[in-house]
Design a protein around this ligand. Structure first.
Ligand code: HEM
Ligand SMILES: *[C@@H]1O[C@H](CO)[C@@H](O)[C@H](O)[C@H]1NC(C)=O
Ligand SMILES: *[C@@H]1O[C@H](CO)[C@@H](O)[C@H](O)[C@H]1NC(C)=O
Length: 492
C-alpha cells in the first residue's frame, strides 16, 4: 500500500468519524434512548400517550433527556427543578416556540401562540395590555364575564333538571367571552355565527392534537401531498379569518378613537397611530389583527371549556367538597347578587378547589412546545439554537412531595392547617416564564365566576352513585379531557 492510499484512507476515516460524531454521537445533547435512522425514537414512544412514555424515560435518563421525533432532537425537561430552571431562570433563552409545521402553513409566523422573536414580543405585549381589566374602555372584562355567567345559568335552567351532557353549553360560554372581548358583543347560544365559529374551532383542536397530526409534524414535506385532515385545518382557518375580517370592516366603519369598545377597536387605534407616525415597516396590520384574534379564540375556548366540564365532573364526584363551596357562597355572596372577583379573597376553600381542579386535570401535560432562542449550555449539556423543548407540566403538577397523593383530588393540597389558601410555586397549569399563558387572568376569572354562579343556582345531580364516576382523563394527544358524562342541574 502506497503512502497516498494510506493518506486517503486516513482522511476518509476522519471524515466519517466527524460526520458520525455530529449526527449520532450527540456528545453534548442530554442522554436518551438510541434513535433509529430517519424515524428516531417514535417506535419507542406510545404516540397516543406520550405523557406516559415520558414518565418511563425520565426514570431511566433523569430530569433532562433527548428524544428524536423523526430526525429532530427534542429535549425533554421533567420535574419542577429542571422546568423552573429553564422557563424562569433562563426565561429569555427558553422563550422560543417550537415549530408546529401544520400551523405555520396557516399562520405564516404571525400572531402570538406560534410566533417568535420581535413579532411575538410586540403582539404579546399588546394583547397583555389590552386584556387587562380596564384595557378596553368603559365595559370591564369582569362585567363581560358576569353577563355571560348569567346567560349560562339561564341556558342551564332550560334543561329543566333533566339529564344532559354539558359539553355544548359549557363550550359556548368561554367562546362567547372571547366574542364579547374582541367583537364587543356576545351571541345567543342559538346564533348561527357562534355555532359556526365553535364548530370550526372544535374541529381544529381535535385535528391538531390527533396522533395523525403528530406524524404530519414529523414529516411535513412528505405528507403535504396526501389529502387529509391537515387540509381541513386550512379550510377552517380560512373560514374563521374571513369572519373576523368581516367584523373588522364593521368596526372600522363605526370606530370612535376616543371610545374603544373592544379588542378590535384597540388594535385599529394602534394601526392608525402607526400610520400617522409614518412608522416603517408597519407592525400592526390587518393580517396581524386576524391572526391574533383567531389565536385568542384558539387558545381561550377549548382550554377553559374543558376545565369547566372536568371541574363539574369532579364537583359531582365529591359532594362533600361541593357542599363546602356552597357554604362559602351562601356565607360570602348569598342568593341575591352575582358573584364578583372581589369575593374570591374571602373564599379560600373555593379558591383551593379551583386550583385543585386545574392541578388534578393537568390540561396540557406537556405544555406547548418551546424552543431555545440561541445555543445554550444547560446543566452541562449544549443545546443548539432552535432545538424543541418539551416541559412536562405533569411532573410539576403531580409532584408527590409538594402534593402528597398527587393522583387524589384533594383541595387540601392548597389549604394550610387553619383553612387559609396556600399558594404553591408548583401550580403551573398556565406554564411559567416569558411564554406563560396570556389569558391566565381571564381564565381564572371565568373559572371562578362561572363555577360559583352555577353552584349558587343549582345542585349537581349525578345519574349514578357519585363514587362510581370515572374521573380519569381520556388522553387525547396534547390535551387531557374528561370522559363524557351526563348530569342534572336541579335549581336550588
Ligand atoms: C383554563 C384555561 C387555560 C389554560 C389551562 C391555559 C394554558 C396555557 C398554556 C399551558 C400555555 C402555553 C404556555 C407556554 O408556552 O409556556 C398557554 C398559552 C397561551 N394562552 Fe392560555 N390557557 C388557558 C386559557 C386561555 C385564555 C382564556 C386565553 C385568552 C385570552 C389564553 C391565551 C393564551 C395565549 C395567547 C397563549 C400563547 C402565549 C405565548 O405563546 O406567548 N389562554 N395557555
Ligand atoms: C412504561 O413502563 C411500564 C412498566 O415498565 C410499561 O408497562 C408501560 O407499557 C410503559 N409505557 C409506555 C407508554 O412506554
Ligand atoms: C405584521 O404583519 C406583517 C405582514 O403583514 C409582518 O411583516 C410584520 O412583521 C407583522 N408584525 C408583527 C408585530 O407581527
Amino acid at each position: 500500500m502506497g503512502p497516498i492510499v494510506l493518506l486517503v484512507l486516513g482522511i476518509s476515516c476522519l471524515l466519517l468519524f466527524s460526520i458520525w460524531r455530529e449526527n449520532f454521537g450527540r456528545r453534548k445533547l442530554p442522554p436518551g434512548p438510541t434513535p433509529f435512522p430517519i424515524i428516531g425514537n417514535i417506535l419507542q414512544l406510545d404516540i397516543k400517550d406520550i405523557t406516559k412514555s415520558l414518565i418511563n424515560f425520565s426514570k431511566v435518563y433523569g430530569p433532562v433527556f433527548t428524544l428524536y421525533f423523526g430526525m429532530k432532537p427534542t429535549v425533554v425537561l421533567y420535574g419542577y427543578e429542571a422546568v423552573k430552571e429553564a422557563l424562569t431562570d433562563h426565561g429569555e433563552e427558553f422563550s422560543g416556540r417550537g415549530k408546529v409545521p401544520v400551523v405555520d402553513k396557516v399562520n405564516k409566523g404571525l400572531g402570538i401562540v406560534f410566533s417568535n422573536g420581535h413579532r411575538w414580543k410586540e403582539m404579546r405585549r399588546f394583547a397583555l395590555m389590552t386584556l387587562r381589566n380596564f384595557g378596553m374602555g368603559k365595559r370591564s372584562i369582569e362585567e363581560r364575564v358576569q353577563e355571560e355567567a348569567r346567560c349560562l345559568v339561564e341556558e342551564l335552567r332550560k334543561t329543566n333538571g333533566s339529564p344532559c351532557d354539558p359539553t355544548f353549553i359549557l363550550g359556548c360560554a368561554p367562546c362567547n367571552v372571547i366574542c364579547s372581548i374582541v367583537f364587543q358583543n356576545r351571541f345567543d347560544y342559538k346564533d348561527q355565527n357562534l355555532l359556526n365559529l365553535m364548530e370550526k374551532l372544535e374541529e381544529g383542536a381535535k385535528i391538531v392534537s390527533s396522533p395523525w397530526m403528530q406524524i404530519y409534524n414529523l414529516f411535513p414535506c412528505l405528507i403535504h401531498y396526501v389529502p387529509g385532515s391537515h387540509k381541513t385545518i386550512a379550510i377552517n382557518s380560512e373560514y374563521v379569518n374571513s369572519y373576523i375580517l368581516k367584523k373588522v370592516k364593521e368596526h372600522e366603519e363605526s370606530l370612535d378613537v376616543n371610545n374603544p369598545r373592544d379588542f378590535i377597536d384597540c388594535f385599529l387605534i394602534k394601526m392608525k397611530q402607526e400610520q400617522e407616525n409614518h412608522k416603517e415597516p408597519l407592525e400592526f396590520t390587518k393580517e396581524n389583527l386576524t391572526v391574533v384574534t383567531s389565536d385568542l379564540f384558539g387558545a381561550g375556548t377549548e382550554t377553559t371549556s374543558t376545565t369547566l366540564r372536568y371541574g363539574l365532573l369532579l364537583l359531582m364526584k365529591y359532594p362533600h367538597v361541593t357542599a363546602k363551596v356552597k357554604e362559602e357562597i351562601d356565607h360570602v355572596i348569598g342568593r341575591h347578587r352575582s358573584p364578583c372577583m372581589q369575593d374570591r379573597s374571602q373564599m379560600p376553600y373555593t379558591d383551593a378547589v379551583i386550583h385543585e381542579i386545574q392541578r388534578y386535570i393537568d390540561l396540557l401535560p406537556m405544555n406547548l412546545p418551546h424552543a431555545v432562542t440561541r445555543d445554550i449550555k444547560f446543566r452541562g449539556y449544549l443545546i443548539p439554537k432552535g432545538t424543541t423543548i418539551l416541559t412536562s407540566l405533569t411532573s410539576v403538577l403531580h409532584d408527590h412531595k409538594e402534593f402528597p397523593n398527587p393522583e387524589m383530588f384533594d383541595p387540601g393540597h392548597f389549604l394550610d392547617k387553619s383553612g387559609n389558601f396556600k399558594k404553591s410555586d408548583y401550580f403551573m397549569p398556565f406554564s411559567s416564564g416569558k411564554r406563560t399563558c396570556v389569558g391566565e387572568g381571564l381564565a381564572r376569572m371565568e373559572l371562578f365566576l362561572f363555577l360559583t354562579t352555577i353552584l349558587q343556582n343549582f345542585n349537581l345531580k349525578a345519574l349514578m352513585d357519585p363514587q362510581d364516576l370515572d374521573t380519569r382523563p381520556v388522553v387525547n394527544g396534547i390535551v387531557s379531557v374528561p370522559p363524557s358524562y351526563q348530569l342534572c342541574f336541579l335549581p336550588v
